[in-house]
Design a protein around this ligand. Sequence first.
Ligand code: AMO
Length: 443
Amino acid sequence: MEFLTGVKEKDTLEISGLLKTEAGESVKVNGAVHTIRNMGTVAFVILRKREGLLQGVYEEGAADFDLKDLREADTIEIEGILEKNEKAPGGIEIRMKHLTVLGRPADDMMPLPISKWKLNTSLEAKLNYRSISLRNLRERAKFRIQEGLTRAFRDYLYGQGFTEIHTPKIGARSAEGGANLFRLDYFHRPAVLQQSPQLYKQMMVGVFDRVFETAPVFRAEKHNTKRHLNEYTSLDFEMGYIDSFEEIMAMETGYIQYAMALLAGEYAAELKTLDITLPDAAKIPAVRFDEIKEKVAEKYGRKIKNPFDLEPEEELLISRYALEEWGSDFVFVTHYPSRKRPFYAMDDPADTRYTLSFDLLFRGMEITTGGQRIHDHGMLKDKIAARGMTEDGLEQYLEAFRHGMPPHGGIGIGLERFTMKLAGEDNIRETTLFPRDLSRLEP
Ligand code: AMO
């Protein structure tokens, strides 16, 4: 029998620990052999660690092992002397003395040249060998940026009095409508995979006032596009006691400012690796849907084809307009037509053809939908009826409203889309760890 008393102190150092260590000291580190550069009398063994690359220097005679004992993709532990070297990654290197091989690849050949700065392989190959391609530093960095966006969402919203919730992904009914529902058999009852946590996050406003969730959602998109996944991560929040729907946009603006500051402060290495310039989110313009459609049509000589929705090309032009006219990479487009919004959206009392809702566009693409919701029980039932929908599967949702709900609203951000636009990628699969699309169910 033994007791566990907390995290075990390790005798191996990480890069941040090495940077605090004096040159000349004996150190122990572990890592994966990223690449070996044999120069004859001396060899550079580059280790890949969670904080970046670390250079090991092998000199015959100085080490008690043979360089031939070492292979790329080995995971190893080395002991050696820490030295400063401006030319090495991070300005330090280890003169290797002793080697322990912890794990050895079964295959001598790597399917992709992961130690190259840019993996010049097709997206297909990157996705087929996902666990390998992500070992490339640039590929890996995108998901550290993604972590920063999620971490900022959590930290910021905790600070704003939100409660983090976890809602079910299997249900009787989902909220967003449309044809993209995954249907399944739930012990002989029809069920669906949730398109969003919409119904649940609204119900929880009646409990906690302010809630958020970061979780997968499911959309049976029957086409392959560069911006759609069949499973993506939605950053959702929902807040009660709002005075207006502008308050929701203000909260999202606050989150984006917080996220950009966090990335600038704690993800500088990844930003540099990916050559990302962070957008300025000090102020984000908000413009009405009908107004910006006309402005864009006029400025860029484009005919309005669909007055009720934005086409991808229009999103590009609206972003271009916002950058040229207002100097912003972000733009809120407000007052979407009611007929294009789900039943729960609050119609604008001033003109019920429109809603008190918005999309946030970033560098040419919608990354968020949000808005105020109907909170009156009677109004909600009327809208459901007016749309020709049934209340089946919505009984519990309606129950919350029957027993009182405050004015509220919220947003859903597509995490992979946000990461994609920030990282300057043009296909959402580039910023999805394991994408699910029409043809891809593995890995
Ligand atoms: P919506 O359906 O517009 O709104 O989705 C919100 C955001 O999610 C992202 N997104 C997607 N990302 C990848 N693949 C997809 N197939 C996909 N579909 C949507 C987009 C989009 O802006 N319940 C509302 C949100 C709310 O009002 O709170 C909703 O789900 O970035």
